[in-house]
Design a protein around this ligand. Structure first.
Ligand code: GDP
Ligand code: IMO
Ligand code: MG
Length: 429
């Protein structure tokens, strides 16, 4: 068995990009299994002279791309925006990172079309605004499950592409022209724009499921990289305020076409506090000075949309649920350094609703919106941790915080991140 799954355990932006980049040093393949260019995975890489760092935000390409020995796979579960993909490839080439022969794209991944992005914003005009990233994710997954989607393999056959595009554009133009004041999409220009992609994408397209299964037989080490987070999962998250895919670990098998029996371990990435972008319940949200301090110290602004992230204390009720749904055995705690300046840190250990304590994470948003968090208080460590390189050198109060969290979650802490850089990572033995 050789597959490790990396999942975001909260509402996304836990620092998956940093952790996957770090782990990539010792793997052969990194594979994205769901979502699309709604993801923004930040990786900070040392420059050639080793002095300055360069920050890179990946939206579609797996976060292993900066390690030259790693092959990156975009799996069938991903919804692929060819415009975003090409921009990302060009950006990588500009800094000397090659993608040829190192990037494989599933022939079964579905494509994001211009009308998906338009429909995404149309739906956001309704009364139940999700606060999506506007990247066309929901509408593209609708087409997938309606069985009218256009897949990467269709890009490579002009006749099929034209036929499917024409049919979908006719269907969508009625709705779009109503919403966009009769502005119709130009079928011919979209067809010619997308036909261009066949030449550019062709070299990367393959049966990635077959490739991964062969790699598993050859005992290659594979990291499955989740986007978003468990609480944004379409089945297990805070529905309807979720994304339209399955970021939880189960999604890795369907999103890559690999059997569950090949999965070796599941690692949850947990931010030392909580954030959420977009709408939906957030029991520990802090709409006060403390929340502002978390946002400023943590640089909590969306890597994809630039929106300020909502901030709050760590929520162990939702995290325990996330660990169960994902089967998380080990966690990587990120952004511990952001808490360095707090004299007191709170952690939510239960919820109260109508005077009663809830022991389970509620599955409906109405209840979740009405709960009050029950907090346990921790004394802060009030000392810088970003220069610490060994777990035992962390301030005692920081270790107490981490150990209390892992006890409640019944997991092991495996990594602690104290900064965005590669070297700011402590491995816990
Ligand atoms: P992802 O979507 O889960 O990959 O996370 P994002 O990249 O959207 O957001 C995480 C942000 O925190 C990025 O700006 C990272 O560079 C940064 N980051 C990651 N780990 C740490 C850490 O341990 N400390 C600090 N201060 N920043 C971190
Ligand atoms: P990474 O991979 C945080 C949120 C959006 C919105 C909801 C639905 O960087 O952790 P969508 O565009 O997917 O239909 O939006 O999901 N969202 C994310 N929040 N991190 C992400 O990705 C996200 N991707 C989507 O803000 O609330
Ligand atoms: Mg992100």
């Amino acid at each position: 068995m050789s597959v490790q799954i990396i999942v975001g355990a909260q509402w996304g932006d836990e620092g998956k990009g940093k952790i996957v980049d770090h782990l990539s040093e010792n793997v052969d393949i990194v594979a994205r299994y769901q979502g699309g260019a709604n993801a923004g995975h930040t990786v900070v890489i040392p420059s050639k002279n080793g002095k300055n760092e360069q920050e890179f935000v990946l939206h579609l390409i797996p976060s292993g791309i900066f390690h030259r020995h790693v092959t990156c796979v975009i799996g069938n579960g991903v919804v692929l925006d060819p415009v975003a993909l090409m921009a990302e490839i060009e950006q990588l080439h500009r800094i000397g990172i090659r993608t040829e022969g190192r990037l494989l794209i599933s022939h079964h991944a579905h494509l994001i079309m211009p009308y998906h992005k338009m429909l995404d914003s149309v739906r956001e005009k309704g009364d139940q605004k999700i606060g999506t990233t506007g990247r066309g994710i929901g509408p593209a997954y609708i087409d997938k499950y309606m069985r009218t989607g256009i897949r990467v393999v269709d890009l490579l056959d002009r006749d099929v592409l034209c036929k499917k595009l024409k049919r979908n554009l006719e269907q969508n133009n009625e709705l779009l022209s109503k919403m966009y004041n009769s502005q119709e999409l130009d079928v011919d220009s979209i067809i010619s724009e997308y036909q261009e992609f066949d030449k550019k994408v062709d070299e990367y397209v393959t049966d990635t499921s077959a490739y991964l299964n062969e790699a598993i037989r050859k005992k290659k080490k594979i990291l499955a990289e989740g986007a978003q987070g468990a609480l944004l999962d379409v089945d297990h998250g805070t529905y309807p305020f979720v994304t339209s895919s399955s970021p939880t670990s189960g999604g890795a098998c369907t999103g890559l076409g690999i059997p569950p029996t090949t999965v070796d371990s599941i690692i949850g990435v947990v931010k030392a506090y909580s954030t959420r972008v977009g709408n939906g319940p957030f029991p520990t949200e802090l709409n006060d000075e403390t929340g502002n301090r978390l946002r400023e110290f943590g640089g909590e602004y969306g890597a994809t949309t630039g929106r300020p992230r909502r901030c709050g204390w760590l929520d162990l009720v939702s995290l325990r649920y996330s660990c169960h749904v994902n089967g998380i055995e080990k966690i990587a705690i990120t952004k511990l350094d952001v808490l360095d300046n707090f004299s007191e840190i709170k952690v939510c250990i239960g919820y109260k609703r109508n005077g009663k304590q809830l022991t389970q994470f509620p599955t409906d948003v109405q209840t979740l919106e009405a709960v009050q968090p029950i907090y346990r208080f921790f004394a802060g460590w009030e000392a810088p941790t970003s220069g610490v390189r060994k777990y035992r050198d962390l301030p005692t109060n920081a270790r107490k915080y981490i150990e209390a969290v892992t006890r409640v979650l019944d997991t092991k802490v495996w990594m602690v991140s104290v900064g965005a850089r590669r070297d700011q990572t402590l491995i816990v033995r």
